[in-house]
Design a protein around this ligand. Structure first.
Ligand code: ADP
Length: 350
């Protein structure tokens, strides 16, 4: 009986070991080894080698499905990656081309800029030179015409009139040349603006001094009125005077014989107002903005009645802008015009 028990136990142990060995071999062959291969394949993919494919010939059914899934995912990833690389490459190429085009455009722009600067400099040099060469003889003509007119005996009316005409037209020419010179200076960026306390009463007196003879020649009454409460303001004396002279000479020019031009200075809404009021030919509303453009003239035909260069108001606006002032116009055709320069309250001294 004892032998029988020992034999049974040994037999049982042998069978158990055999089954264990078979289970181990089968699991290793069909499960563990394919899983190991998958692990290695994952490691390959992690290092960027996406072209991996596993053989599922000796794997268990579930493992075999897993391998199949793995293979298809790896293949998809591989295709996507290839495509991505292609896309990145083509985008990089496009960017490189765009960069090269930009570089070429920048070079062209730089070249054009240099040429433009040269041309602007050349233009303003030429204008300054021409203007200077014209101004000097013209000033002499005006002075000699004045002397000759004053020396003319009262009984020689026609001779006197000739000298007056020479003087008047030379003055007009000189004003035009001055405007051109200032525009050239402004383009070349060489306009300097002073900012110091100025007495508008003084400026108005000087404008009256220069404009009264012109008004007399055109047979227009020119008067000025400065309110007693007008304060000192910060600005550029010369430029403000030029602005008022340009407005006054326009007002006189575009006002028929017997008309009136008034320069009125007072304190109004928004600051100090300098108004040039005339009862001349007026300006249609559609031209109110355009008259401030360079070379714009309402009548620009060669047969026009009024002389001028079309630069006066452009200068007025530029001079106003550099001083922080503003310019506006109110006018109707045939109803006269009012040009207003407004000096803002913050320019008032004190
Ligand atoms: P211009 O040298 O021709 O006077 P401006 O720039 O001073 O040039 O003026 C431009 C245009 O605006 C003038 O040609 C004229 O048509 C119009 N203009 C300017 N001021 C007056 C005014 N007071 N009355 C009528 N028209 C004016």
């Amino acid at each position: 009986m004892r032998d029988n028990v020992v034999r049974d136990v040994a037999y049982f142990l042998f069978i158990t070991l055999l089954i264990g060995a078979v289970v181990y071999a089968v699991t290793t062959f069909f499960v563990f080894r394919p899983l190991d291969r998958m692990k290695l394949a994952f490691a390959d993919m992690g290092e960027g080698r996406l072209a991996v494919s596993l053989d599922d010939a000796h794997a268990a059914r579930e493992i075999s499905r897993l391998i199949e899934r793995f293979n298809s995912t790896a293949a998809e990833l591989h295709t996507m990656y290839d495509h991505l690389e292609e896309q990145v490459e083509s985008r990089t190429d496009e960017l490189r081309k765009a960069n090269a085009a930009l570089e070429r455009q920048r070079d062209t722009l730089e070249r054009l800029n240099v040429e433009l600067a040269k041309e602007t400099q050349f233009k303003s040099d030429l204008l300054s030179m021409v203007n200077h060469e014209l101004r000097t003889p013209l000033t002499s003509i005006i002075t000699f015409a004045q002397i000759s007119r004053e020396a003319c005996p009262p009984d020689r009316a026609s001779e006197r009139h000739s000298w007056e005409e020479i003087e008047k037209n030379s003055q007009i020419l000189l004003a035009m040349i001055n405007d051109m010179l200032d525009i050239a200076r402004s383009d070349a960026g060489s306009i300097r603006t002073a900012c110091e306390p100025m007495d508008l009463g003084d400026i108005v007196s000087s404008v009256r001094g220069t404009m009264t003879p012109l008004a007399q020649k055109y047979d227009v009454a020119f008067c000025t009125r400065v309110a007693s409460d007008v304060p000192l303001v910060n600005g550029d004396f010369e430029k403000t005077q030029r602005m008022l002279e340009n407005l006054a000479s326009n007002a006189i020019k575009f006002t028929p014989d017997g008309g009136t031009v008034e320069l009125r200075v007072d304190v109004g809404e928004g600051g100090v107002r300098l108004r040039m009021i005339d009862d001349g030919i007026g300006i249609a509303p559609e031209d109110h903005e355009r008259i401030f453009e360079r070379f714009f003239q309402v009548d620009s035909t060669s047969t026009r009645k009024y002389n001028g260069s079309g630069l006066g108001l452009a200068l007025v606006r530029e001079y106003a802008a550099v001083q922080g002032f503003s310019v506006s116009v109110e006018s109707e055709l045939g109803q006269g015009s009012t040009f207003t320069i407004t000096i803002p309250s913050d320019a008032i001294v004190g």
